[in-house]
Design a protein around this ligand. Sequence first.
Ligand code: ATP
Length: 270
Amino acid sequence: VRARVMEVEQKPDVGYEDIGGIDAQMEEVRETVELPLESPEMFDDVGIDAPSGVLLHGPPGTGKTMLAKAVANQTDATFIRMAGSELVHKFIGEGAKLVRDLFELARQYQPAVIFIDEIDAIAAKRTDSKTSGDAEVQRTMMQLLSEMDGFEERGDISIIAATNRFDMLDRAILRPGRFDRLIEVPKPDAEGRELIFEIHTRDMNVADEVDFAELADIATTASGAEIKAVCTEAGMFAIRDDRTEVRTEDFEQAWEKIDHEDDAEDGEVS
Ligand code: ATP
């Protein structure tokens, strides 16, 4: 459980070059978010509304948070994150107040990117979730939608939401003027995995024999977050063996370990 409800980063240290395997998604986020933040007057001059909210959806650990941070970094916008789960199980009126505070904070810091993670926690279909039947959760969501609708200087504040459970979402939030740009962020393919291995080993002392394409073929089900974990764990195997150079066998053992941890976790929930 996080102590701080909102996380504010003036200059997130994530760039587009740190993100691998989701180029098309990155392009779409850039086009939707960068232009309104950098040239809001263009939209006024042309006489159309800038895109409202972007919804990123896909499995855990695929780079959704990274994308939001990178776009904030690129546009010199402040990154403000809040998780939907932190807005539920609150006292009456508290969730809605937190939403108001969130937008107030964004107005103070603008240009700003508001990132709402786990949006499903407050925007699930009524039938599908215990929490969304809760009138209090409904009110929190209504507050979010009304903040989005009432945006006069929307150009300087961008809203990006993310979820791992797209199918659970209440379709009302996907209507025009709300989260009307949907971008699916999938797990990486083989080429993407190879790239992500390269990204996360940039600062590592890796033996020449290590072939990232081969590793990508072994870790077939890995997300970006898991590949990062494999790289760190491979380094640990080298250290345990009293070596400073990381070898193929270290990566292989690391993947085996991370893959098994996942199986154990899956076993717990089912
Ligand atoms: P969640 O849905 O669980 O919140 P997410 O999709 O927001 O996950 P991130 O928080 O962006 O995932 O990723 C976690 C970490 O995994 C990142 O900080 C990064 O180190 C690594 N990672 C994930 N995806 C990628 C990627 N496409 N390229 C490079 N690194 C990645």
